[in-house]
Design a protein around this ligand. Structure first.
Ligand SMILES: Cc1cc2nc3c(=O)[nH]c(=O)nc-3n(C[C@H](O)[C@H](O)[C@H](O)COP(=O)(O)OP(=O)(O)OC[C@H]3O[C@@H](n4cnc5c(N)ncnc54)[C@H](O)[C@@H]3O)c2cc1C
Length: 292
């Protein structure tokens, strides 16, 4: 199928893109990597009258360190993030998750901002941003606002972005010492969306006790799920198989994932428990080894 006709714009700056969005609002869509939007247009599930291509805006591309944060422009390709030495060093959790996003061909075009704005409930990147306590940087006609993931992701394929706003980038806290990260997922085939994915971050003190632990899950709800209550039991304890099993059990208990063609709710709950234990175990090993 081919999309219905549309008028096509290639603005050269964020300001120009915002002016076009302001003029056309709900009738317009921005185009990033096109890996989700173009199939939707071809199936006529999306019918924008105006398509605003962000590929001519260099200021939206780049990865840099800023006051202890890693700042990534919305139009930075997923493959560039995957291959970045800075990302590997400062944000190993993101580096570990990137190869799980579709296939290389998709990551060559797909962007960080496109994945976050699309907000697929099984996507990896929203869960990574949630696990790390990242910030989403949004620009509109009145300037910039910075949003926490729990405010930005509001439901299935839905974010708090207004039709006249752009996601201009994401900021992720740079790795802290004695913190280990891990991302694990199960999908039917490599490159498929995850049935369930778990992102974990765990921090130890000098004596080896846990001072902070967080996990965020993808594929188990309409938005990323941060299991804060379940991981709180780890604080003050030395990491152990039993403790991680207990967290996995609690996580599994609290979730109510949907059943679909790919997996039943019960199977997803079970997977969430198993993957939580695996992710925490790997994160603790890395925290001890100083590997990140
Ligand atoms: C076969 C296949 C397998 C895939 N597997 C996975 C997977 O395993 N995991 C995964 O996470 N993803 C997967 N994807 C999706 C892929 O990662 C896409 O690249 C991503 O979802 C969208 O990014 P994009 O840059 O292509 O955005 P586009 O498709 O161009 O845009 C997606 C949506 O976001 C909006 N948008 C884009 N950029 C902005 C912005 N800066 N500000 C505001 N709105 C914006 C667009 O208007 C559109 O509504 C897969 C895709 C395919 C085709």
């Amino acid at each position: 199928m081919k999309p219905p006709p549309f008028e096509y714009f290639v603005p050269a700056s964020v300001e120009e893109a915002l002016t076009l969005l302001g003029e056309h609002r709900e009738q317009a869509k921005v185009l990033a990597g096109g890996q989700s939007l173009v199939p939707l247009m071809n199936f006529r599930l999306a019918r924008p009258r105006y398509l605003i291509d962000l590929n001519g805006i260099p200021e939206l591309v780049g990865i840099r360190e800023e006051d202890g944060w890693l700042a990534i422009g919305a139009m930075t390709r997923q493959r560039a993030v995957e291959r970045s030495a800075l990302v590997r060093d400062r944000c190993p959790l993101l580096a570990e998750a990137m190869p799980q996003v579709g296939h290389v061909q998709i990551r060559n075009r797909g962007t960080i901002g496109g994945s976050l704005a699309h907000a697929d409930p099984a996507a990896e990147l929203p869960a990574i941003v949630a696990a790390l306590g990242g910030q989403l940087v949004v620009r509109g006609p009145d300037g910039e606002r910075v949003m926490a993931p729990e405010r930005f992701f509001v439901g299935y394929l839905t974010t708090a972005l207004q039709p006249f706003e752009l996601l201009v980038g994401v900021r992720l806290p740079a790795r802290r010492s004695r913190t280990g990260h891990a991302f694990v997922e199960v999908s039917r085939r490599h490159g498929d969306f995850a049935l369930v994915g778990v992102a974990a971050a765990l921090t130890l003190d000098g004596a080896g006790a846990c001072t902070d632990a967080v996990i965020a899950l993808t594929g188990v709800g309409p938005t990323p799920v941060v299991a804060a209550a379940a991981t709180r039991v780890l604080v003050g304890q030395r990491p152990s198989t039993e403790a991680f099993q207990e967290v996995g059990r609690r996580v599994s208990e609290t979730l109510e994932p949907d059943s679909d063609l790919h997996a039943s709710s019960e199977y997803r709950k079970h997977l969430a428990g198993v993957l939580t234990r695996r992710a925490l175990t790997r994160a603790a090993e890395r925290a001890r080894g100083g590997e990140g």
